[in-house]
Design a protein around this ligand. Sequence first.
Ligand SMILES: Nc1ncnc2c1ncn2[C@@H]1O[C@H](COP(=O)(O)OP(=O)(O)OP(=O)(O)O)[C@@H](O)[C@H]1O
Length: 270
Amino acid sequence: MQPILETHQLTKIFGGLTAVDSVDLTVPKETIASIIGPNGAGKTTFFNCTSGYYKPEKGEVIFDGKVINRLSTDQITHLGISRTYQNIRLFANMTAIENVMIGHHCRLKSSWLDAVLHTPRFAREERESIQEGRRLLKYVGLEGLGDNLARNLPYGAQRRLEIARALASEPKLLLLDEPTAGMNPQETAEMTTFIRSLRDSLGITILLIEHDMNVVMGISDQISVLDFGTKIAEGTPKEIQSNPRVIEAYLGPGGAALSEKFSRKKHHDA
Ligand SMILES: Nc1ncnc2c1ncn2[C@@H]1O[C@H](COP(=O)(O)OP(=O)(O)OP(=O)(O)O)[C@@H](O)[C@H]1O
């Protein structure tokens, strides 16, 4: 399958710390790929390099065949990468629909002069933008909540609003940083179904960071594992679950042997 995102030897250094260390990673088009790893493994830094927030010291990020690691965040959004954040970053004092319209802004053609002069083009684009905002709010399950201030929405709805805003920029690749963090089991199940539908109905490729292993194992076509900035494993959920290096990264040295002992005991007891 054709890749939508590739990194070659991607490296990000903070002072003496190599947060992302020579990572080669390929995400095939129209798949759900996950990045997992212990705290501080470099997952968010990888996202920040991919979406243009950080410039890598070494290596390349290639999106849809184009090298993008020297481009600005705006240019990268325009090409088709959009993201959400580990800690929700909405415009809290703006309404839900205004938040989504901001996401749509990069697709508008009106200039600031059109806005000042309130030209017909500006008026038409504003109407279309409101319509698109309503459509997206409905799509993420927030129909009728467009006039609510973002900060007054329940937590699960805020996460959905963040995704609606990301979708408004019409991405080909959506980066989701811990989309189910802080959610109860029902919200988590709904979010998982929703993420699948983004791939299946809209053809959007998803790359996500997630700590909930049930979500990761249930949803991913491919999982990449980072530890201390390096990629230590990659494969299907089944391959990753039984990979001794991954188990050690999570449980510490000897973890693989311990985990094998437990799973043998479980089979024996069953
Ligand atoms: N802006 C920064 N300046 C200095 N160090 C940073 C910066 N951002 C991240 N780091 C460090 O880089 C390493 C990787 O951090 P990162 O947030 O990418 O890990 P992570 O895998 O996303 O962790 P978590 O699962 O806890 O969110 C950590 O040691 C972190 O302290």
